[in-house]
Design a protein. Structure first.
Length: 257
């Protein structure tokens, strides 16, 4: 598309009484489930996309998702409705869509029409608690990337007596398998010679971080539950059950970033 045609094309998207919201074509294709933004580029360059009946081959072209008609090889495309789900993941299932060992997955707990959702981070096989699922990649990135530092709280039941000095080490940071692990907050809920219950808050979400923190001190975790992400708590959501996040909850999560 020539620059003049592109300008006319973008003006056409803005026709109407309301303010037009334009997005890059690559983003539109990604949100319509066609391909990732990068993978969408060769599709555009190949001339397979038409907007309002005009072939578009220029990367960076913009469309109005509510007003423009976008097609791929003549097939109309629509941005998928964004979904945000809170799940109480039970112990004994994995976060993958399929498991080579045939173990249960979190997708066995969801409606069939939600199989396109992706987990926001992961909880390992034996860990239970709050897990978000979404088809909004930007939302998932904001909640998982270390630079955003969204806090996640866990309650760990640990074999043996956990002393306060161990929690102080967690706050300073400990090394395990060549990697520094550090808690943002740590408190002892109860302790006895047989077992202790500890609440930890983490911000980075490294692989099996809570279990590795205790392993660095020679302690084993019997039970681990994630109870909170940002300001959203697991609350009374039962194991294996899910609910949609409210608009207020979504805004609250993103406001913390």
């Amino acid at each position: 598309m020539a620059p003049a045609d592109r300008a006319a094309f973008n003006r056409k998207s803005a026709i109407g009484n309301r303010k037009s919201v334009l997005v890059r074509l690559q983003k539109f294709l990604a949100e319509a489930g066609v391909a990732s933004r990068r993978a969408a580029e060769p599709i555009i360059l190949a001339g397979r996309i038409q907007v309002n009946g005009q072939p578009v081959r220029l990367l960076g072209s913009k469309v109005d998702p509510d007003r423009d008609e976008v097609t791929l090889d003549g097939r109309p495309l629509r941005v998928r409705r964004k979904l945000y789900v809170a799940l109480h993941k039970p112990a004994g299932c994995v976060c993958s869509r399929r498991d080579e060992l045939g173990r249960p997955t979190i997708y066995d707990l969801l409606p069939k029409e939600w199989q396109n959702l992706h987990s926001v981070g992961r909880l390992d096989f034996n860990t239970e608690g709050l897990l978000f699922l979404t088809n909004d990649g930007q939302f998932a990135l904001c909640l998982t990337h270390p630079r955003y530092g969204v806090g996640k709280k866990y309650v760990a039941t640990v074999e043996g007596w956990v002393e306060e000095t161990i929690l102080e080490r967690f706050l300073r940071g400990v090394w395990h398998a060549g990697e520094k692990l550090q808690a943002q907050a740590a408190s002892l809920i109860s302790a006895s010679r047989k077992r202790s219950v500890v609440e930890l808050e983490l911000a980075e979400g490294k692989n099996r971080e809570v279990r590795r923190l205790f392993a660095s001190q020679g302690l084993a975790v019997e039970r681990l539950q994630r109870t909170q992400i940002g300001r959203i708590k697991l609350g009374e959501l039962k194991p294996g059950r899910w609910r949609a996040l409210t608009e207020t909850e979504i805004k609250t999560l993103l406001a913390e970033i």
